[in-house]
Design a protein around this ligand. Sequence first.
Ligand code: NAD
Ligand code: TYD
Length: 348
Amino acid sequence: MRILVTGGAGFIGSHVIRRFVTKYPSYNIYNVDKLTYAGNLENLKDIENCENHVFIKGDIVNEQFVNKIFEEINFDGVVHLAAESHVDRSIKDPLAFVKTNIIGTVNLLNASKRIWEKDNSTGKRFYHISTDEVYGSLGPDGLFTETTCYDPNSPYSASKASSDHFVRAYGETYNMPYVITNCSNNYGPNHFPEKLIPLFINNIMENKPLPVYGDGKYTRDWLYVEDHADAIDLVFHRGKNHETYNIGGFNEWQNIDLVRLLCDIMDRKLARTLGTSQKLITHVKDRPGHDLRYAIDATKITKELGWRPSVTFEQGLEKTIDWFLANKEWLNNVTSGEYQDYYDKMYS
Ligand code: NAD
Ligand code: TYD
C-alpha cells in the first residue's frame, strides 16, 4: 500500500503519520506538507529514520506538483489533512483558505481520479478529514448528526464545507471512492499555540494574560488528538465508501469553565497557589461571527465501527499539559519560528 497523507507535519497529521508508520510497517507512507507556519517536522523526530515514511515538501495548491507526485507514486489511498486551520486567521485572510482548502483539495481529487480511472478504483480510497464547523452553530440544545444541513459561518468553515462538497460531488459524478469525517475540536501534544488550549497553557507558563473572547460562554466539544487518530485509522480501513462519519468527544465545555479548569491544573503542576493563574483571565473583544456551540452526535461511528474516546477530558488535559511542560523548547522554537528557518533551508 502506498498512502499519501497530506499535512502530516501539522498537529493532527503528525499523530496520524506516527500511527500509520508504526502500526503498518508494510505500508509506505508519503507525507506531503508545505511546512507553513503550522507544519513542523520536529513533530515527527522520533520516526524520522523509519524507512516506510517518506517526506515530500510541496504545496497542494500547485497543480503541477500534485500531478507529478501522483504520476510518480501511484497512490492506493489518500488521507487528506493539509489545510489552513485557524478561524481567526481565516477572518483576516480568507483567500489563503480558498486556495489551500478548496483548490488544494480539488487538485488532489483530480489527480486521484486520473490515476484511479486508468487503473480501476477498487480498493482505492480518498479520505477527507473535515470539521464539525461546517454545520454552523447550535443553540443551547441538540447535536450535529451526519444529516445536519451545512451552514458554515466563518471563512474557515465555509472553505471546509466547500471542500467536503467537492469530495462528495466527485463521488456522485465520477464514482470516486471517498469517505469524509467531521470532527470536533482536538487538543493534545504538538498543538500549535494559536488555538485556545495550547495558547493558554503557554500564556499561563509565561504569566501572560488569557484572552477569553466575549463572555466566554461559547461551547466546544473537545477530543484528545490520539483518539481522533484512532478514529481516522478505523474509518480509513473499515469505513464505508460514499459515507460520512461524525467524530466527537462526548465532552462539551463552555470556554470559561475549561479555562478555569486549565488554570487550576496548571497552578498544581507549577506549584503555584490555587487561583494564581485564574487572575490572568482577561475578557477581550469577541470574534466576529463567533459560533455559539458545537456538539457532535458520534453514534454512527460508535455503532458501526466500535469507536469511542479512550481518555476522559481530565486525563487528556493532564497528558497535554505534561507534554507542554516537558517540551518547552518545542514551544519556544515554534513561537520563534526557529524550526521553520531550519527546514526551509533544508528543503529549499
Ligand atoms: P494544522 O494547521 O496544525 O496543520 C495543517 C498542516 O497542513 C500543516 O503541517 C501545514 O504545513 C500543512 N499545509 C497547509 N497548507 C498546505 C498546502 N497548501 N500544501 C501542503 N501542506 C499544507 O491543522 P490541524 O489542526 O492538524 O488540522 C488538520 C486537518 O484536520 C485540517 O484539515 C482541519 O480542517 C481538520 N480538523 C482539525 C480540527 C482541530 O481541532 N484542529 C478538528 C476537526 C478537523
Ligand atoms: P479555537 O481553539 O480557535 O478553535 P475553534 O475556533 O476552531 O473552535 O477556539 C476555541 C474556542 O475558544 C472558540 O470559542 C474561540 C475561543 N478562543 C478564545 O476565547 N480566546 C482565544 O485566544 C482563542 C484562540 C480562542
